[in-house]
Write a protein that binds this ligand. Structure first.
Ligand code: HEM
Length: 403
């Protein structure tokens, strides 16, 4: 029997999680129509994510019938043989040492953003803090001019909230170039300038320089391949980490735990973030396209069909996590969540996201504790309008609230 669930539809969290609970009860893999299956079981989810022989990333992410030309594919949309080589280069910039080098910059930005807040009224933390912090961190890591950070953030948010993630087009045109010509021209110009600096032996050492000079199967990456990767890094790091920070602030305020966590150590704070990642996953699903017939938990999946790994669903699997729908920052096995994926495509920016979130939380706790922060009366959480994301559209906070 085919279940009614449309993972490409933006829903509010209560509706989604109620439906995911029902899907788990239906079985480890559930047909959801239009040649799609939804995986609800932890073991099967990990098996599908590991299995690059039967499941393609290129055929997974976009809405049914939408195919992205090979040159325009982001890292997360590439398959072997191209994917492992490009991923190796990208990962060389996201290693723990490189992330540690960014920490002072991120802390100083977090502090400055909070200090700039006018606490006399209600403050929406999304534009004030949760969006600019991860954006500035990525812009700095990639070597773009910090003066451009605000427009990069605005462009990226516009992309993520448009139909482009699902359709690879908007009313303006096809692909990034057609749908967002100004943003594309800006990125292309930056990369072209860097290429000239590389040719002149004057390029700064950094991730983009390494990508430009990289040998991928005997060739360099083309203009379009570079563009797709740069967008992957700019877009992949921004809204996802912004949703995480928004969810962390929300959980802190609804559970009234600012003062308690302000007195806690780094491990306790990191555990709080990890549980936020499990219960409120900024990315709710990981799609794959079947390229070779196989079976998943006894169900035959054929080429052309789609398997959606329900990370948001698996994260609340009651056979894996006790009282799985509840937030418990002391949960022993929280690290088993699949919010960053699993296997060869596991999130390239996970260490960076965790680092930005921890620094953001540290600084917010200090600020909010001193200023006695609370949610305004009657606030209702509304999800962002991106089909695969979970994060607050607005996060109003009242500071200097009476004790
Ligand atoms: C809380 C924040 C984040 C979440 C929840 C998240 C989630 C994910 C997930 C689930 C995947 C795996 C997709 C798959 O298997 O197909 C992924 C891949 C990826 N993420 Fe993230 N991400 C986050 C932050 C970041 C950041 C900060 C960056 C970079 C600045 C980033 C860059 C990437 C890239 C490049 C990939 C593709 C990896 C590959 O296919 O090899 N992400 N992310």
């Amino acid at each position: 029997m085919v279940s009614t669930y449309d993972p490409f539809q933006v829903e509010q969290p209560e509706t989604t999680f109620k439906r995911l609970h029902e899907l788990r009860a239906e079985g480890p893999i559930v047909p959801i129509g239009e040649g799609m299956y939804y995986v609800t079981s932890y073991e099967e989810a990990r098996r599908v994510l590991r299995d690059v022989e039967h499941f393609s990333s290129a055929e997974g992410f976009r809405a049914p019938g939408v195919t992205v030309p090979a040159e325009d594919r982001m890292l997360g949309e590439q398959d072997a043989p191209q994917h492992p080589g490009v991923r190796r280069i990208v990962m060389s910039a996201f290693n723990p040492a490189a992330i540690r080098l960014e920490e002072d910059f991120v802390r100083q930005r977090a502090h400055a953003l909070l200090e700039a807040i006018d606490t006399s009224g209600t403050v929406d933390m999304v534009p004030a803090f949760t969006t600019p912090l991860p954006n500035d961190a990525t812009v700095h890591l990639l070597g773009f001019p910090m003066d451009d950070a605000t427009r990069i953030a605005a462009w990226s948010k516009e992309v993520m909230e448009s139909e482009w993630p699902a359709m690879n087009r908007t009313a303006r045109g096809e692909g990034m170039e057609g749908a967002f010509p100004e943003y594309t021209a800006y990125v292309d110009h930056f990369v072209a300038t860097l290429r000239e600096e590389v040719a002149a032996g004057k390029a700064p050492d950094g991730l983009l320089t390494r990508l430009i000079t990289a040998d991928v199967g005997g060739e360099h990456l083309s203009v379009r391949q570079m563009r797709a990767l740069v967008f992957n890094l700019l877009l992949g790091g921004l809204t996802t980490t912004a949703q995480l920070l928004g969810n962390v602030i929300y959980q802190l305020l609804i559970s009234d735990s600012v003062a308690q966590l302000a007195g806690a150590g780094a491990d306790e704070r990191a555990a709080f973030i990890e549980e936020c990642l499990r219960v409120y996953p900024p990315v709710m699903l990981i799609p794959r396209g079947c390229v070779q017939e196989t079976t998943v938990a006894g169900t035959t999946v054929r080429p052309g069909e789609r398997v959606i790994v329900g990370s948001a669903c698996v994260n609340r699997d009651e056979s894996l996590f006790d009282s799985s729908e509840e937030f418990d920052a002391g949960r022993a096995n929280v690290e088993r969540h699949l919010t960053f994926g699993f296997g060869p495509h596991i999130c390239a920016g996970a260490a960076m996201a965790r680092s930005v979130a921890l620094i953001g939380l540290d600084e917010f706790l200090q600020f909010a504790n001193v200023r006695r922060a609370r949610l305004p009366a009657g606030f209702t959480y509304e999800n962002v309008p991106t089909f695969f994301e979970y994060g607050p559209k607005t996060m109003p906070v009242v500071f200097d609230a009476p004790a």
